[in-house]
Every structure is written in C-alpha cells, then in structure tokens.
Design a protein around this ligand. Sequence first.
Ligand code: COA
Ligand code: AMP
Length: 631
Amino acid sequence: MMYKQVYEAWQQDPEKFWMKAAEAIDWVKPPSKALFDDNAPLYEWFCDAEVNTCYNAVDRHVENGKGDQTAIIYDSPITGRKSKISFAELQVKTANMGGALLAQGVQKGDRVIIYMPMVPEAMVAMLACARIGAVHSVVFGGFAANELATRIDDATPKAIIAASCGIEPSGVIAYKPLVDGAIELAKHKPDTCIILQRDELQADMVAGRDVDWHECQQGISPAECVAVKGNDPLYILYTSGTTGQPKGVVRPNAGHLVALNWTMKNVYGVNPGEVFWAASDVGWVVGHSYICYGPLIHGNTTIVFEGKPIGTPDAGTFWRVIEEHDVKTFFTAPTAFRAIKRVDPKGEFVKKYDLSGLRYLFLAGERADPDTIKWAQDQLGVPVIDHWWQTEIGFPAVCNPVGIEELPVKLGSPAVPMPGFDIQIVDDAGKPLPTGELGAIVAKLPFPPGTLPTLWNAEDRYKSAYLETFPGFYETGDAGYVDEDGYLYIMARTDDVINVAGHRLSTGQMEEVLSNHPDVAECAVIGVSDALKGQLPMGFLCINAGVDRDPSEIVAECVKLVRSEIGPVAAFKLATVVDRLPKTRSGKILRGIMVKIADGAEWKMPATIDDPAILGEIETALSNLGYPAKG
Ligand code: COA
Ligand code: AMP
C-alpha cells in the first residue's frame, strides 16, 4: 500500500487500523477494542488489555530465539568504553534490577526518578521499572538540583536511581551532589537512592538511604514481568510549558507499545534485527521512544552513544559509529549537523568512512533549515527526512513515511500527517484556514494511541493547556501552514517555548528565575536565532530604582542564577540591562518585536505600543550584544 491508501484506511476505520497494529504486540490479555471515549474529550486506548512493556521490549525476543542478538550497543567515545548487551543478557539485567527495586519496597504504580547520563544502566533502570509496573520519570542530566526537586515533589518517587557522574567535554559532572541537593530542597523524600558508581567519580553515600547499584542486586529474586492495565502509565516525562512548573506528560503502556512498534517499519523503514540509532539522550522524549523503547519493542539493536557530534574526538564520530555498527537508520537533531558542518564544511571526515549501509537520516526536535538538509544530503547521499512531533505526542505525527512510500522531500517541510493525526490549520477563533495561510496547528481529537491522555497530577492543566482553546482539537503550540500537496510547514511556537540545540525550554520559566534576583525589577527573556543551536535565550533586565551597581555584575549574577536554578542546558549566557521594556498600552511586553529586531528581520511599529522610543533603546542594547548577528 502507498501512503495515501494507508492514511485513508485509518481515516475510514481508525478502530480497525489500531486493532490491526495491536496484533504485533504480545498481550497478557488482548484488548477487546481500541478507543475508550466514555470520558471525552479525555480519550484512552486499549484500557481493558493487560500487557507488560518490558516483556515486549526484551523477554519476547529471547523466547522467540533472538536471545543472542545484540539489544544495546554502548559506544562512549568520551570515556573510550564500548560494550554490547544481548537480549538474553538484558533480560537478566532488567530482572535483577527489577528484583532490587522490589526489594527496596518499590511496588507496581510507584514512581521512580532516573537521573543518569548516557550509559546502558539508564535503559536497564527504565526497563526494570516497566518490568515491575513502576512508573519511571527520567530527568535529563543537564538540569540543576532545583529542577530535579520540582520533579521529585510532583512525581513523589519511592526511589531515585542515579549515577555518580556524567561526562561532558568540559569534564566530569558530579550528579550525586545534585541529587542530594534536590532531595534537600524537595518536600517529598524518596525512601531509597540507588547509585551507579562510575570509575570517573565515586559519590559519597548517605547512610540508611543510598544503596549501590551492584550491591542492591545481590541476593534478590529476579523480577518477573507483571501485567499492567493498558492505560496504566509507563512513564512520566516532564517538559517545558509556559511557567516554571514543568508539565508531566503521562505515557500509557499499551498505546505506546502499539504506536512505537508501528513507526519502526512504517516511518523509519527498519526491519527487526537491524541497527537503529537515535543520537539523543534518554532524558528527552526522543531517547525514550527511539533509544529505549521503539527499537527494542520492534526487535532492533539500539545504540547508547555517550559523546557529542564534535570534539569526541572529532567531527567524524557519527560516521565512525554508523560504519562500525552498520547503522541502517540514523536520527538526530539538526543542531548536531550544524555543529559538524561548521567544523567540517567540506565533509573531509565523512569521506573517511564507509556509510554504504545507511539508508536514511531523520531529523527532528527543531526546525531543519534547508542549508543543513542540503549539506547532509550531499555528504551522506541518503534521503534526509525532517519529521515533526513533540514530547506530548511521543512519536512522529508528521513525516515522510519511508517504510510505506518514499514521498518527495520538500525542503523546510516535515511532510504529511501520519495515521492518527488529522492536522488542521486554524485562526484564533478556531476557523479552518485555506491552503498556504499561517495559523495555529491543531489535531482533531481523539489523539491516537500512545499520545498523552493527561498530565500527571494536573488534569485541569491538561485541559486548559491543550484542549480548551480549540474545542474538539488538540492545540500543538506550534504555528504553520499546509501547502497544496498537503505538506505541513512548522514556522513558530505560539507560546513562549524556545528550542535551544534541540532542547525545549521555557522563556517564562527563565523570567521567573531572573525575577528572583534582588536587584531585578522586571525582565523579559526572548529566543534569538543562532546559527548553531537554532535559538538562544536572551535576557533584558530592568534594575530596581536606587540600585547603584555595575550592570555587568548584575548580568553575571543573573547568568549564574539561571544556570544554578534551571541548569547548564538552559544555555543562558546573553543578557543586558535596559531602562525600560517595550510594552503595549495594556502593559503586555512586546517580546515578538524584540525577537524580530534581534534577528534583523523586518518589523513594523505596533499600533498599540505605549512608547515607541523604547524600541530604539532596545536596538542599542542589542547592538551592544552584537545583534542582529552577522552572517
Ligand atoms: N549532563 C550534564 N550537563 C549537560 C548534559 C548532561 N547530560 N548535557 C548537556 N550538558 C551541559 C553541557 O555541558 C553544556 O554546559 P556548558 O555551558 O558548561 O558548556 C550545556 O549543558 C549546554 O549543552 P548543549 O546544549 O549540549 O551544548 P554544547 O555547546 O555542549 O553542544 C551541540 C552543542 C550542538 C554539540 C549539542 O547540543 C548536541 O550534540 N546536540 C545534539 C542534539 C540533541 O541531542 N538533541 C536532543 C533532542 S533530539
Ligand atoms: P519536544 O517536546 O522537546 O520534542 O519539542 C517539540 C517542539 O519542537 C515542537 O512543538 C516544535 O516546536 C519543535 N519541533 C520538533 N520537531 C520539529 C520539526 N521537525 N520542525 C520544526 N519544529 C520542530
């Protein structure tokens, strides 16, 4: 079947489509039907089924004679380590860690926070939780103690699993003090911390609370896979919203299994047994779906890569991994390619490796600029597929489904909607807009299996953030348009989320942190265009009357504050002191105009501006920071 036929088959009978896709999953109790709409507009899928995600990702492959196949390749150019774990070995590891969690009192439905770098143990920890029906919440290592504390208070974990350290190009980053600091800050206290001691740094243990990763697995009974209900949560993954309180995206077991498994062949074009590599981090949704769960559920080999696209040791690392491990489909963020292209514009490193086994490069997480796509196409000689999705969705919503049909690539577009997604472009009042017109991107409800059914502890926020602006539709938070061939173009966010090196961050959250500086009266944070990271946050600070300090000192303190409160991942390094912020007469800060000025884009004086002279002051402040950037 071709794409159009597959999409139409879903449109005509979604229930039949998803029940058919569900046949690829091994159920403890098969679903009697797919969609459960009794609580519309809150929809759920496969609720009456019973299943175990770890069983589908690991055990069933062993039972099907694939025990010797490599499940995980660990390739860590930053430490020089490499290893392989077969499905049979992974079964033992997850059973042992699952048993250790049970022995520590973690039960089905309990939450476990995982704070680990890119080591295979992070995946073992995730799968072990799935095995015993515990709900994991992985927190990206680049977040600071305060962010970890927010998540501890929201998820109220019974246990935390952490590594002693992560390794970044800047050196060894001690994780354990951040865990200790977060637990001190949080109101909720976990009973246990399981610590993986890495050779690079041994962490101090807190007596009575901390246990060693290896020691806690001694003398326990290995855990069996327990049956959970189809709509029981597999994980919670926090993502940025408009405020400092991150949104806990809930991922249900059954829909996630069905949807991810479907995408591996149909979207990514890989067959079981082949190597699939997503160069991301388990702390992000890409890591959950396409480093951990998707490839394993589908019987692919996955790669845990601990390194960077450049500097570990050079801009040829990605190509070396692709050649050495015979990667068939490779997935990363455009920013990684921009980093490589900057260091190796002529592709000298690409030429050193045999990439003939590679079939596709997939890009997502941020806008893929045409220059980067063209460079990647020329260098790699394979189709470069931009695709669009979000943490909330969990798998590609708009894509070129190469496993079904390779559609023509249009630069700047992630292509067409996948089954499950009826994407529409609407105006502020929810009225559908004609082809080519820019508007809010929405998806008709019900949203397909595997997408978020709610936010953890925050059903009202789920409704207000996603379902209420356009009744009957899910609000994506992105703006864009559809062309005459049905290709979608993503143009901007409609909220204050920015995308820095493929990492989703909230400028509103940064403003909340900056406002806590004693000398800051008012502030605004905007996302300015950056040739490497796509966007960078930039802060404008108005200082309290009577404060007589060197502005550069205040700026330096603010930069430090964001780093210590949110974390290095925020990449907040640009800030300036201004007398006033441009506002409308009703007091709304004109952030959009500030972005345009910073990016050197065309802008018009807003009719509602309170004092036009302030924009001149902003232009001067930006010019002092070197913006608009040249080139
Ligand atoms: N643990 C601790 N610190 C981390 C971290 C982690 N897991 N990941 C990143 N950081 C730190 C970095 O060390 C850096 O700190 P610094 O300010 O002291 O230098 C900061 O957070 C910002 O990191 P990053 O955004 O990765 O920027 P970078 O300048 O180190 O690297 C790229 C730039 C483009 C090479 C890098 O962002 C990259 O490889 N991106 C790939 C895209 C990706 O993985 N996207 C995920 C979604 S698909
Ligand atoms: P995250 O939840 O971190 O995956 O970020 C999701 C957001 O990243 C989306 O809402 C978009 O704003 C942006 N994004 C993801 N993929 C793309 C893409 N292919 N093109 C443009 N923007 C994208």
